[in-house]
Ligand binder design. Structure first.
Ligand SMILES: NC(=O)c1ccc[n+]([C@@H]2O[C@H](COP(=O)([O-])OP(=O)(O)OC[C@H]3O[C@@H](n4cnc5c(N)ncnc54)[C@H](O)[C@@H]3O)[C@@H](O)[C@H]2O)c1
Ligand SMILES: [Zn+2]
Length: 412
């Protein structure tokens, strides 16, 4: 029912209609060995600015990288000296603990703000974030809130950060036990994806980001899903060429969606790129962040795919093909926390994730499910008893798929 408020009283309201249009443009570069002195990508990204003076830069680096890239800080300093006419490091780079810890420790935010203040950065200076999605989310939030927004250059170093989290317009940290409770929409100044970083990822982080590619393929692009499905072995066995193709196309689909969906800052309730994410975010929290974001997304996709099948939206063969693809990529599709009960409701705690998801989006509950591979569909109501069935069915189906994949591998 639409309420006509004007009819209720005779009070006349005076107003001025304000309308603002803002265009954001940023480049997402793909390169190799970004800090090699012969590679001008980073200097070029900064020199694109018309002001001629060298720009002040503050660098925040994922501490997890240093174990594998011990010369990284030295290389960064060397690079800024070589391109001194373009950029200058205003202070020593700061190390930020890698992984979800970066988003769970509020003091880190303050430390980064303090560093930006000490370095005397202005809104035309640059914050350089080098690391995985978690560090970039924290650094992005700090950069967006210091002086109401300092220019941010992201250098994502994981698959997930290069194909999804690091190229988009969001940042955030966790608070009050909720994922990304604090954060802003703030497009970066530039993003530079360096494939060399991918070589040192552990198998879990190599695989984790592939879940976001499966997600976007399932809701938007059948051919891309076919590509992933035909390259599961290459991807699982760390074939760099397949990985780079996958990252490029996944990034392209995410960027296209942000640019053309008509809702880049998610003012409405629809969020197709969050397919599988209501359960993923809750599972990350229920497992004390032992599950990587991408690993949780793979389970969320499997669950919502199974629910789509039970709703008779998705065919049996497509449902099975999706589970098979995820298992062949090496994902687990079930963790015990998925059925952890919450007293007194006697329902899985997981289902609280539905309300938290709705709250985070605002407006009415909107979930994306699958109509077929390559086509998502939005729904606004859920049947919890059918979701419970989906959980049990997923448990059984995952066991079968894991067995089949093991047999197939043995036969090869
Ligand atoms: N802002 C967004 O739009 C958005 C979208 C999706 C996900 N996310 C967020 O991204 C985060 C997950 O990011 P992630 O998957 O990149 O994991 P991550 O940032 O948690 O990093 C995982 C681990 O890899 C290490 N690492 C990083 N680069 C490395 C390298 N090149 N070699 C070796 N180790 C390396 C890190 O130190 C860390 O220990 C989650 O917090 C998730 O919520 C944000
Ligand atoms: Zn995600």
């Amino acid at each position: 029912m639409i309420v006509d408020i004007k009819q209720k009283t005779k009070f006349s309201v005076q107003s001025i209609q304000q309308s603002i249009r803002v265009n954001f443009n940023y480049e997402v570069y793909f390169t190799n060995n970004i800090l090699n002195l012969k590679n001008p990508t980073l200097a070029q990204a900064i020199a694109a600015d018309d002001e001629k003076k060298p720009k002040k830069v503050v660098a925040l680096v994922d501490a997890g990288l240093l174990e594998f890239w011990p010369d990284l800080l030295w290389q960064l300093t060397n690079y800024t000296k070589f391109y001194a006419e373009v950029l200058t490091l205003a202070v020593e780079p700061m190390l930020v603990p890698g992984g979800e810890a970066a988003k769970n420790e509020p003091k880190l935010l303050e430390k980064i703000h303090q560093l930006i203040e000490t370095a005397g950065l202005c809104r035309h200076s640059y914050v350089l974030g080098i690391g995985g999605g978690a560090v970039l989310d924290l650094v992005g939030y700090a950069a967006a809130t210091a002086h109401r927004g300092v220019r941010l250059i992201r250098i994502p170093t994981t698959v997930l950060a290069q194909n999804d989290s690091g190229i988009g317009v969001k940042n955030g940290i966790n608070a009050f036990g909720k994922k990304n409770f604090l954060g802003t929409f703030a497009p970066p100044y530039a993003v530079i994806n360096d494939s060399a970083f991918l070589t040192t990822l552990c198998d879990r982080d190599w695989r984790s980001g592939i879940a976001e590619a499966v997600k976007v393929a399932l809701i938007k692009d059948t051919n891309f899903f076919d590509f992933i499905h035909h390259h599961t072995t290459d991807l699982a066995q760390r074939d760099m060429d397949s990985m780079q193709q996958m990252i490029y196309h996944c990034a392209q689909l995410h960027l296209e969606h942000i640019a053309t969906s008509g809702d880049p800052f998610e003012m409405g309730s629809s969020r197709p790129l969050d397919f599988g994410h209501w359960a993923a975010h809750k599972l990350e929290q229920l497992t004390d962040y032992k599950l990587r974001h991408g690993e949780a997304v793979a389970i969320g996709i499997a669950l919502d795919t199974t629910y789509s099948y039970l709703l008779k939206m998705l065919s049996h063969s497509e449902w099975q093909l999706i589970l098979k693809t995820l298992v062949e990529l090496g994902f687990k599709l079930y963790v015990p926390e998925i059925t952890k009960q919450s007293s007194p409701e006697n329902l899985p705690c997981l289902f609280q994730g539905l309300n938290e998801f709705r709250e985070h989006l605002g407006g009415e509950l909107t979930l994306t499910l699958l109509q077929k591979i390559g086509k998502g569909i939005e729904i606004h109501e859920v049947d919890l008893s059918l979701y419970k069935q989906a959980i049990s069915l997923l448990r059984e189906s995952e066991k079968q798929q894991q067995m089949l994949v093991t047999i197939n591998r043995g036969e090869r």
